[in-house]
Design a protein around this ligand. Structure first.
Ligand code: KE4
Length: 438
């Protein structure tokens, strides 16, 4: 069908993604397998990708895009890095899944424990949702307590306990508190404003003895990307220790991204448990959670907290993740990511100055967000001030110029080591044209 479509006049070819989207909507809810991909409220159908390499995506209509979504974080080396492709092809020749232990799972666990000092033991799973869901259950099992604290706009996947005031697609589509989550479940999750010490002190004063854990995105990236106030994460460490609750860092996006040891490595904070995903899978479905051995040993088959998965530690996925992590370690990836991120940030600052736009730009390393509102962004309420109509104009203008930024005002942007200075410069030129056309 693709070849036939390609022979059509260009104007008809433009509809191939739309034709696919129409077909998809007949058999897939909303036409997508994850809501944020749907381009809802963006006045156009999503494009359908045929291939990706380095910093670029190609769609079925032959359009090419510089990609700042990076499949929502995993593509830190760019798409389809040769080292990952070769590792996957090699692993696949030995089999796809065994349901038995394999050496690559040991290699992966040893590597993560080496990279992230707070992780003494690790359990693999198949998504970030599984990782956080399991970490929550483990925290409840270890402490014997039921309540969880999360933060407004933070997103930890779609397990029932965590779809309360959630970010990412839940926020994008106005469903921060999803239907289908029993009220009795939601009552055990307290969602508080991020960067607000008083709210936390008050919650612990009220129900501290019932709180099993705080789970936090140390650098929130699911209401757009913003940062903790100085000392805030250290405060989370102190108040949880003071009340016998656990501290869970959800580093599904920031792990191996902000530093080789995520945010915790950059700030030298030791959470009790850490959730991982995305980069650790090299683009294949992988999640993981780990932490203090005395807590992790509560997991079956050693302890009473059950957690399992048919494809957990899948050998092909492990090969992909190991290849990606090894390349990150062997290259000067983090220096390159910082240099590219700084180039983008300096360019954005110049553009905002030259165009007189009072917008807020936040960045750490290769994660960033542009908020279309004045003032600082430091929590969900301030992020929600970003003007959606300006965002939609910006998104569509950038796409027309061959730059794919996240199709939501409530996601982070990601730079990869495969982005070039020329990519960044084209992106900045496109951004300036987009903002000047407002
Ligand atoms: P997954 O179940 O989607 O693998 O991971 C859930 C998750 C957990 N924790 C954090 C901090 C996350 O950002 C995520 C998922 N991230 C979103 C993008 N912000 C996934 C994109 C999507 O839902 O399609």
């Amino acid at each position: 069908m693709l070849e036939q479509a390609r022979s059509l006049p260009y104007t008809s070819r433009m509809s191939l993604s739309q034709e696919l989207f129409q077909r998809a909507c007949q058999c897939i809810p909303g036409g997508v397998n994850s809501p944020v991909r749907a381009f809802r409220r963006l006045d156009r159908a999503p494009f359908f990708v045929t291939s990706a390499k380095g910093a670029h995506l190609k769609d079925v209509d032959g359009n090419d895009y510089i990609d700042y979504v990076g499949t929502w974080g995993p593509a830190i080396l760019g798409h389809a890095p040769n080292c990952v492709i070769e590792a996957v092809c090699e692993a696949a020749t030995h089999g796809l899944s065994f349901g038995t232990p394999t050496s690559v799972e040991v290699d992966m666990a040893e590597m993560v424990c080496d990279w992230i000092p707070s992780v003494e033991k690790l359990r693999m799973c198949n998504s970030g949702t599984e990782a956080t869901m399991s970490a929550i259950r483990l925290a409840r099992g270890y402490t014997g307590r039921d309540m969880i604290i999360k933060f407004d706009g933070c997103y930890h996947g779609h397990s029932d306990s965590l779809l309360v005031a959630a970010g990412s697609g839940a926020l994008t589509h106005g469903e921060p508190d999803s239907a289908g989550v029993p009220a009795d479940f939601a009552r055990l999750t307290l969602s508080l404003p991020y960067n607000n010490r008083e709210a936390l002190e008050a919650a612990f004063a009220r129900v501290g003895s019932r709180i099993a854990a705080i789970i936090v995105e140390p650098y929130p990236g699911n209401a757009g990307f913003y940062l903790p106030y100085d000392g805030y994460l250290e405060f989370l460490r102190e108040i949880t220790a003071r009340h016998g609750a656990l501290l869970i860092f959800d580093e599904v996006m920031t792990g191996f991204r902000i530093s080789p040891a995520g945010v915790q490595g950059k700030l030298n904070i030791s959470p009790d448990l850490t959730c991982l995903g995305k980069i650790i899978g090299g683009g294949l479905p992988v999640g993981a959670f780990g932490g203090r051995a005395d807590i992790m040993d509560c997991l079956s088959p050693l302890g009473p907290v059950y957690q399992a998965g048919t494809l957990s530690g899948n050998p092909v996925a492990m090969a992909a993740g190991l290849a990606q992590l090894r390349e990150l370690k062997a290259s000067n990836a983090y220096e390159r990511l910082e240099n590219l991120g700084a180039r983008l940030e300096e360019g954005v600052a110049r553009i905002l100055r030259d165009t007189g736009k009072d917008f807020c730009f936040k960045r750490a390393g290769s994660m960033y967000s542009l908020f279309f509102c004045p003032g600082d962004v430091y929590d969900l309420n301030s992020a929600m001030k970003s003007d959606f109509n300006i965002f939609r104009h910006y998104f569509l203008s950038m796409l027309e110029q061959g730059v794919y930024v996240a199709p939501s005002a409530y996601e982070s942007g990601f730079i990869s080591t495969a982005h070039t200075e020329a990519d960044i410069d084209w992106t900045l030129q496109s951004m300036e044209r987009a903002l000047r056309s407002l």
